[in-house]
Ligand binder design. Structure first.
Ligand SMILES: Cc1cc2nc3c(=O)[nH]c(=O)nc-3n(C[C@H](O)[C@H](O)[C@H](O)COP(=O)(O)OP(=O)(O)OC[C@H]3O[C@@H](n4cnc5c(N)ncnc54)[C@H](O)[C@@H]3O)c2cc1C
Length: 234
């Protein structure tokens, strides 16, 4: 199947990091509840160059692809809290993300799509900073004017597969994780990748394959593109 992918397909080959069946996803849930949730709350908003996943549960792909249900995931976390295995800071933080933010994003999607996809209240029409393209094709966009400054280069390893062509260490790490795992954690999405696009005025691009989350997260949070937008005229 991988051989059939187009040459423009970018990213490391799958290495078994992600589950691909219901049974495996349930085992990942069990691991998240017993090994990760106890430290989820205190480290939720941290960023470290030495860990690509920190204390995040890595459950979003399974929730978005339907391999896990939001209610069973929250029930498992609540049960671990009631049995004293998970502190309130972690249980509350996790459950709030699923029944709060995730449901809000779901509602926003069904309320405002399809117009929402094209929302761009800040008029962010600039090309993406070259750091987002330098990994796929190191020679892409070298003369892109001021945006190129955002991907200033030095050192001969940058631009190689998985190594972003930038001196911004936080951006390089986030891009390497996206290349290696197809995933980067929330703070990297919001405060690094999202912020860089916002500052650079780069037009909205996608997230994971699940439309509901991609459009709403990208427009609503990453690019603030809905700033004064109150939905399509009905
Ligand atoms: C710019 C940007 C793009 C994003 N793109 C996506 C995307 O394409 N797909 C996606 O599922 N999430 C997206 N998010 C939300 C969030 O970053 C991910 O859900 C989270 O990083 C997934 O990792 P995890 O499963 O380890 O989450 P954890 O940190 O372990 O959180 C647990 C669960 O809570 C839910 N959750 C956590 N944070 C959020 C949030 N801010 N909004 C909605 N639900 C949340 C997810 O279902 C997640 O699995 C995006 C956020 C931003 C800022």
């Amino acid at each position: 199947m991988l051989d059939g992918l187009p040459a423009t397909c970018w990213g490391a080959d799958p290495d078994g990091t992600w589950a691909t069946s219901r049974g495996e996803a349930l085992r990942r849930l069990d691991h998240a509840v017993t090994e990760v949730l106890p430290v989820f709350g205190p480290h939720e908003d941290a960023m470290l160059s030495t860990s690509w996943h920190l204390a995040h549960t890595l459950l979003s792909p399974y929730l978005n692809l339907g391999l896990l249900r939001p209610d069973e995931v929250c029930d498992a976390v609540e049960a671990a809290y009631r049995s004293g295995d998970v502190p309130i800071a972690s249980a509350e933080g996790f459950i709030r993300q699923v029944i709060g933010w995730r449901e809000y994003v779901w509602g926003t999607y069904w309320l405002w799509m399809p117009d929402y996809r094209d929302a761009n209240e800040l008029g962010a029409h600039r090309p993406l900073p070259p750091v987002f393209t330098s990994m796929a094709d190191p020679m892409a966009n070298p003369m892109a004017g001021p945006e190129a400054a955002l991907g200033a280069t030095s050192g001969d390893t940058q631009g190689a597969a998985g190594v972003a062509d930038t001196d911004m260490n936080c951006v390089r790490h986030a891009m390497a994780d996206i290349h290696d795992y197809g995933w980067t954690h929330h703070i990297q999405r919001l405060m690094v990748v999202g912020n860089l696009c916002l500052i650079a005025g780069g037009g909205p691009v996608g997230g994971d394959t699940v439309d509901v989350v991609v459009v709403c997260r990208r427009s609503g949070v990453g690019d603030a593109a809905q700033r004064d937008w109150h939905g399509p005229a009905r």
